[in-house]
Design a protein around this ligand. Sequence first.
Ligand SMILES: [Fe+2]
Length: 296
Amino acid sequence: MSHEIEFAYIGVEVSNPDALDHMLTGVVGLLPGGTTIEGLRTYRNDECSRRVFVQEGPLDDCSVLGFEASSTEAFENVATRLGAAGFDLSEGDDALSAERGVARIAYGKSPWRLRVELVQDLAREPTPFFSPLVKGGFQTSGVGAGHTALAVTSFEDSERFLLDGLGMIQSDWIETEIMDGIELEVRFYHCNSRHHSIALAKLPFDLGKSLHHFQVETNERDDVGLAFDRAWAAGCELANGLGVHDNEGAFSFYATSPAGFLIEVGYGTKRISEPWDGNRRYDRISRWGHQPIPRA
Ligand SMILES: [Fe+2]
């Protein structure tokens, strides 16, 4: 499937980078990607040198999302559309490109409490990716690093940014009632054959944080179970145990990171085909499972 962009990287600012480091490497199975010029720790889940940037600070939330354009033409198209939608980008300098490990970068504000960066040519390692903990590796080729789910109180500005600007397409949506009669609507958006690169969860109140979770997808089903076992053994808080999502069909679980946001490890997400005719309403998040797991 031809596409203009992939989800390239996520940057988070957390108060305890050491604790998150243990979770990302020892539980999720990411590889350390080295430290940037400005001292940020990085992690990777494929041959790309940097897929996760971790900065120390009080935010405990996502600070930046990066999208990689597939060509110079795609870069220009996306930047132009974002400007027309009211989200002008500024061209980054060589120092910023070096910090992110990209050939070209432009950056701007998003409708959320985080910055968005449009980049070209992520740096890649010369040797194949191999995680000793996730021997089957992660699914990223042509679909980006994974997905993120953000909390919003309205879809309006977000959809102008995602649909009109980035050129994403809605995959499907969920409307359901969560605890205490609170209505939840989650919309899912794709920019390549990954079912969604971004999901927006609309709640009737402001959570005070943007990032609900970010997800990485394994190539092998057993690697999800093995990650769950590692999370269990490490004493991680398990926000949602193993389960299968109804709309995207992914087998996954969610562990709560030391920063409060969740990390989802999944397998078997539905792929987008063209033309996409699956944009419909679902009324439940999961076919089964994803129960909160109490820890003693
Ligand atoms: Fe997810």
